[in-house]
Design a protein around this ligand. Structure first.
Ligand code: GRF
Length: 194
């Protein structure tokens, strides 16, 4: 734990693969005095992504390591997390499946946000599939990560209504808006239970 703004804060790591809009909302929220965490590091499996720039702008240490296919690199990441006393890993648009040994070591301390009302629409292209199936609602889910895709225990969900005029782009916008509102707060809640 580190003292920030006179308050003790837990260290968290955010794993990304791209744009990083959730990362940004988590960082912004973490800077509030009452928040219980600090984004200590960002890990991206991809070079040159926008999320890495967001980390840089906020003076957050970032690592670009494509580690999921290599046990050596996976262990390197685990060492970095341990050295930095990372209490919780938050996946935010991280597009790889974490290896089983990795999940075992960080058991119960990895969470993810997914843009659908799980268990419906696991995987990619959720909004397109939601439209194709003429769903009336969609939303986002925050869940613990286990070794199966988008299948760990659900922590919280938030819904949005789909109208006839919605496109997958407009649904993405609506869903991202609720993602940005619930993910940072949920991290606070989860940390208080760990
Ligand atoms: C979000 O929709 C999130 O739910 C999903 O990937 C997207 C990441 O967006 N897992 P961003 O990189 O946070 O902007």
């Amino acid at each position: 734990m580190k003292k920030l703004n006179g308050k003790l804060k837990y260290n968290i790591a955010v794993f990304i693969s791209g744009r990083g809009s959730n990362l940004k909302s988590i960082i912004d929220y973490s800077l509030k005095k009452e928040t219980s965490y600090k984004v200590k590091m960002v890990i991206s499996n991809k070079k040159g992504v926008k999320g890495l720039l967001i980390a840089k702008k906020n003076n957050i240490k970032s690592y670009c390591i494509n580690f999921t296919q290599s046990k050596r690199l996976g262990n390197k990441v685990l060492n970095i997390l341990k050295k930095n006393n990372i209490k919780l890993i938050c996946l935010a648009g991280f597009m790889k499946i974490l290896p089983t040994y990795f999940i075992k070591i960080y058991g119960g301390k990895i969470i993810n946000i997914h843009p659908s009302l799980l268990p419906k629409y696991k995987g990619l292209n959720t909004h397109k599939r939601v439209i194709a199936n003429k769903e009336k609602f969609t939303g986002c889910t925050i869940h613990f990560v286990n070794r199966f895709l988008d299948s760990g225990k659900i922590i919280i969900q938030s819904k949005v209504k789909i109208t006839k005029r919605d496109t997958s782009r407009s649904i993405e916008k609506k869903v991202l808006k609720i993602e940005h509102s619930i993910y940072p707060k949920t991290i606070d809640k989860i940390l208080s239970t760990l």
